[in-house]
Every structure is written in C-alpha cells, then in structure tokens.
Write a protein that binds this ligand. Structure first.
Ligand code: FAD
Length: 431
C-alpha cells in the first residue's frame, strides 16, 4: 500500500468537498490540500446578484438564478453518506443546497484543508529522479495578485474539480450581431422580473432552457422555446410555445428553420457551457473537441497521466452520488486498492464507449452525457473500485421524477416525495 500521497484538489464545490472528505478519511495514506479561488465552500451554489466580473477581477463563477428550485429532489441529490434536512421539501432553493454543502464541510471538518482566495494558475507535470510523475501547482492570492507572491507546491496527484457551468457558449447564429434587442446567456440570467412584459426567445431546451422558460412565463408576455430536439411532450403554460431551431436572426425578429418568423425583445441563450481548464499546461496533453474531453478513462482518469483526474465531467446525472463514486474510484487507483489497466486498454475502453454512443445516434458532443447510462456507469465504478453501491432508491426516485417532468414541466416541482419502502416512494401533492 502506498503512503503519504500528496494530493491537490482544485475547487471546493460539491466535487472538491467530496474529494477532500474521502482523502482525509485516510490520513495514513493521503495528504490533501484544496485550492479555492472564492472565500467560501459551495461553488456554483453560491448565488450572487452580480454578473460579469467579481471584486477581484475574476469572472463570476455561479450560474444560479434567484428563484431557482433544484431540478432533482433532495432525496436523490444527497451524497449517499450525508442526507439533507428531512424537514425540507423535495425541491429546494439554492440557499438550501449551499447550506447542505456547508454542513457537509463542517461535519467532515474539511475547511482547514482548504486554501481560500487562492487561484490556481498553473498545473504542470514533471518527472522526479525516479522518473515518477509529480505535479507543480502554482497559485496566487485572489486579493493580492502580485507576481512575486505566487507560490508553487509539488504534489503526487491532482484532482480537478473546477466546475463546468461558468464559461458560457455563445452560438454563432447568422445575423445575431444585427439583433437590436437584448442578448443574455443563462449564466447571466438572475430573475424573472427582468423579463416582465417582454417577448423572450429561449434558445435551447436542456435543463436550464426548460426551467427558465417556465420561470419567466409568470412575467414575460410570450416565451418561445426554440430548439432542435423532438418537441417536448409536457403541458406548458399558455404563453409558452415551442419553435424549431433558429435559421437566422434579424434586427428585431428571428427566422426559424421551418421558415416561420417571430418578433423578439430578448434572446435568452440556454446554450450550455464550455469545459475549460485554463491552468493545465500543454504538457498535460488534454484535448477538448466538440465538448469531448480526452483522454479520460471512465470520464475521470487521464489515461497517459493517471495521477491527474477530473470529477464531474459527466452530464445529465445525479451529480453528488456520482461524484462520490468518481472520487473513490480515483482514490482507489491512487492508493493501490485496484490497478488501472494499461494506457492502451484504457484508451480502447474510452473509444468503445464513445463509438457506442455514436452508433446509438448521439452526436459527438454527447460524449459525456449520461441520463439512463449513469446507473450502469456507476455500477462499473463500484465494481472496479469495490465501492458501496448507490442505493437503488436513488434510481427509482430519479426515474419517477423524470417521468413526471416529461409530462408536467410547470408542476413537477410542486410535489414532495416520501420513502415508504426500500425502493418505494409516495408522492404528496401539491406542496
Ligand atoms: P462548482 O460548484 O462549480 O465548483 C467549482 C469550484 O472550483 C468553485 O468553487 C470555483 O471557485 C473553484 N475554482 C474554479 N477554478 C479554480 C481555480 N483556477 N483555482 C481555484 N479554484 C477554482 N445539480 C443537482 O444535483 N441538482 C440541481 O438541481 C442542479 N441544478 C443546477 C442548476 C444550475 C443553474 C447549474 C449551473 C447547475 C446545477 N446543478 C444541479 C449541477 C451542479 O453544477 C452540481 O450539482 C455541482 O454543484 C457541481 O459541483 P462542482 O464542484 O463540480 O463545480
């Protein structure tokens, strides 16, 4: 068994906290340091009214909006070893999730391992005298960025937990530069009041597009939900109408792919986020092509440099339970609980997973999308690293909620769930 493995964790959102919680559970094996550019734990769940640049000259990290309610019930959101307060409703606000993450951090005593207001500038692999990969992690103080104060520490492993909902994708739609109305990305959307009496074109019907379209229907004059997917089958508020994808933007209107034209005051882009790792040097050999991050074994471990790992790349998941598995999978690979396959085998596994998705008709940018695949994926990690399985009840409730959401977007969060058997839930509605 290896000893004294020095691990750097980048970020103290849900993923970074989970990494720390498991690292410090094995003090005889790991020594952990977490770097967090903000001044508190919680990451994207730290809501702010502000958009743009923060007081330290860094881009605002959080994409939370004021009245967001979680799109998963707290019963499936929780880390399997730490439940939400049972008295809360199933669907909760961002402040409750932040409180939960703070309680998790306090319960496991994580904050003393976190260097706050510390921005990681550079992560670079080097070889030690025994030809073993080590990691230089360079960082600066966010409130006093004098170059002479920058520091570098050496680690045996790096776990990247920097979040993937901060760097907005602005689609290049023909004519968008001529649009005279307001263009806003969901990253900067905060409040339905800002849409009062406006005709709003929401672009994209992913989780954010769907949720924001419903939220602003209470204030906007009309909401058009424009997307390239199959039409949503849910009931929708009377002033929300689905449209096909956009062909061209004019100065005060848009032309859809089916030739229809609609006036709009606002283009609300719910078009997703880039994966960005600005601190990784070229020597880290990480590629991002069309939202696919390579070369990662099981979406987590760098196949060429296996002491570099990434938590939370997967999309459309139950994030906290999945992070909990990914973290333990990484730590198991580092402490020798299991041996990783050869680089070649890991690359083959990754390629097979990707090609299977393509053969099922998914576009390349869905390389990390999970949805129903997440349960089998979780099982794979559990089997390889000998982990305690995520309770079946999580999947049962996730599927139940998903079904309800598909039918009733405006209403599915108005329900509470009560566990009445190991894999059985009762709904209590309306809240
Ligand atoms: P983050 O929470 O983004 O944390 C990353 C941390 O890294 C931040 O604290 C950041 O400051 C820090 N960091 C980044 N770069 C550096 C650097 N260079 N140096 C130092 N620190 C750095 N999930 C659910 O389970 N249920 C929901 O209902 C739900 N709704 C969501 C709604 C929205 C609008 C969004 C954006 C996400 C939602 N999610 C939801 C997903 C959510 O992102 C995950 O649940 C989870 O919180 C992500 O955690 P993370 O640690 O990966 O990233």
């Amino acid at each position: 068994m290896a000893s004294n493995i020095r691990v750097a964790v980048i970020g103290s959102g849900a993923a970074g906290l989970c990494a720390l919680r498991h690292l410090i559970a094995k003090p005889h094996v790991f020594e952990a340091v977490c770097f967090e550019k903000g001044n508190q734990v919680g990451g994207t769940w730290i809501y702010t009214d502000k958009t743009g640049i923060d007081e330290n000259g860094l881009p605002i990290h959080s994409s939370m909006y004021k009245h967001l309610k979680t799109n998963l019930p707290k019963e499936v959101m929780a880390f399997p070893d730490f439940q939400f307060n049972a008295n809360l409703p199933s669907f909760i606000g961002h402040e409750e999730v932040l409180r939960y993450l703070e309680s998790y951090s306090n319960f496991y005593g994580l904050s003393s391992y976190i260097k706050f207001k510390t921005y990681v500038l550079r992560v670079n692999p080097i070889k030690d005298l025994k030809d073993k990969t080590k990691w230089e992690v360079s960082y600066t103080n966010t409130t006093d960025k004098k170059e002479e104060n920058n520091q570098t520490e050496i680690f045996d492993a790096v776990i990247v937990c920097n979040g993937h909902y901060s760097d907005p994708i602005y689609p290049s739609l023909p004519g968008i530069e001529k649009f005279k109305g307001e263009i806003i990305h969901s990253h900067n959307y905060r409040d339905e009041e800002s849409m009062r009496d406006k005709v709003v074109m929401v672009l994209g019907a992913g989780a954010s597009g769907q949720d924001i379209a419903i939220e602003i229907s209470s204030t906007a004059k009309n909401v058009y939900l424009s997307h390239n997917k199959a039409p949503l089958t849910s009931i929708l508020p009377a002033n929300v109408e689905q449209k096909s994808g956009i062909q061209e933007v004019k100065d005060t209107s848009v032309i859809f792919k089916n030739g229809e034209i609609c006036d709009a005051d606002v283009l609300l882009l719910c078009t997703g986020y880039y994966f960005t790792f600005p601190f990784l040097t070229e020597k880290c050999h990480l590629s991002i092509n069309d939202e696919r991050v390579t070369p990662l074994y099981k979406h987590v471990i760098h196949t060429e440099l296996p002491s570099l790992s990434f938590i939370g790349i997967c999309k459309t998941i139950c994030p906290f339970p999945l992070f909990n598995n990914q973290v333990q999978f990484v730590l198991g690979s580092l402490d020798g609980t299991f041996s990783l396959p050869s680089e070649e085998e890991m690359n083959k596994d990754t390629q097979n997973d990707f090609e299977k998705r393509l053969s099922e008709g998914l576009p390349p940018r869905y390389a990390h999308h999970m949805g129903p695949r997440q349960w089998n994926y979780n099982q794979q990690l559990e089997n390889i690293a000998n982990l305690k399985p995520i309770p079946r009840s999580v999947q049962v409730l996730y599927d139940m909620v998903h079904k309800k959401r598909v039918q009733n977007l405006p209403g599915y969060k108005k329900v509470n769930y009560k566990m009445v058997g190991p894999e059985e839930f009762e709904t209590i509605e309306p809240v």
